[in-house]
Design a protein around this ligand. Sequence first.
Ligand SMILES: [Zn+2]
Length: 80
Amino acid sequence: MSIIFEPVENPMLRDRFWRNFERYEPKIVGECAGCKEEVYDYEEVYEFLEFDEPVIIHQDATCCRKFVAEHSMCKLAGES
Ligand SMILES: [Zn+2]
């Protein structure tokens, strides 16, 4: 007769993992001008001033594209 050992998770390791995970609480620092989602303090962003107001955009091509599309006119380059 053989005993099959189930892989047992070490509860000490698991607890330590979750404690570390919970210790880091990301803070919301603003709103992305592109996707309008919250920007957390650990995210990489572009920041600039628009009418003396700081604008932040995720360093993400989609966010940048949305921002530019919202702030410009969509047209053919040859049109006046
Ligand atoms: Zn964004």
